[in-house]
Design a protein around this ligand. Sequence first.
Ligand code: NAP
Length: 297
Amino acid sequence: MKTYDVAIIGAGPAGMTAAIYACRAGKSTALFEKNFPGGQMVNAHIIDNYPAESEIGGFDLAQKMFEQVSAAGAEFINEEVTAVKSGDIVEITTARGVYTAKAAVIAAGTVRSRLNIPGEDRLDGRGVSWCATCDGALYRGKDVAIAGGGNSAVSEAIYLAALCKSVHIIHRRGEYRAESSLVQKLRSLPNIVEHLGCVPVEIVGKDKVEGVILDKNGEKFTLPVDGFFVAIGGKPDQKLIAGAEKDASGYVKTDGEMRTSLPKIFAAGDNISKEVRQIVTACADGAIAALSASKLD
Ligand code: NAP
């Protein structure tokens, strides 16, 4: 099996930009992805903060990036990476075998967190969902709830409001973490109901979601809903970054050249320790990581 110059794990905006830059640097480049390309951005109904695209669907932006990756000449390997081992030659393990590369860029994003409350696992796929754009249409004309207060929860609530009768947004604090333009839009919609300072404690229903029990300052009440979306952020997949130095929250530490603490392993995008997680910052990380990785021989 051939040894690639650069192997990139994850085809979100960070990984796809890294692939474009590595190819343009003349490197043989493998881009590993377990799903279809795009990462978290395919869950975004509308993206309106990516320069030169004042309003574009997340899926469409992902498609455009992937076309550029393919044209640049990267080899897309549609397999799940289960381990990345640093060494003179980096080893990338998938179910099909072990691939090798002179350098790797880990751009695997995050895995969506779970609330870990009763009913969440039992009713997963039966009214509990982690993807509003994938499953929202199932709840056309119905009542749904979404948990979370970040950009994902607020933008997904806005998306759901166009389809559903009512959208209950449940956030544990009194203030959203999401950016103010999104919160303003959320509050302009007539069928949004806000439950601030509320914690979901149980999802109820016999064979499908029938409601969610909320706790507000120790007082519990049931909100009858047909669908329950979880959008409470995520964490990096720890098995891919095993051995690398991480911050207290489990994100990989990188330097200005996107080097991790492991030789020949770089990282980019949402899985690294940083303040701003946006598509545009992921792309920037990816470009830097690929150029740094391309310098290795
Ligand atoms: P996030 O920004 O980390 O927000 C997670 C939200 O879920 C927070 O409001 C948090 O509450 C809440 N939460 C976390 N654990 C919880 C729990 N166990 N129970 C109840 N609530 C819980 O995650 P995100 O919204 O998925 O966004 C991830 C990153 O992508 C962010 O950097 C975000 O800016 C970016 N993003 C950007 C856009 C955009 O620009 N339009 C869209 C989507 C995502 P607290 O606030 O109390 O911590």
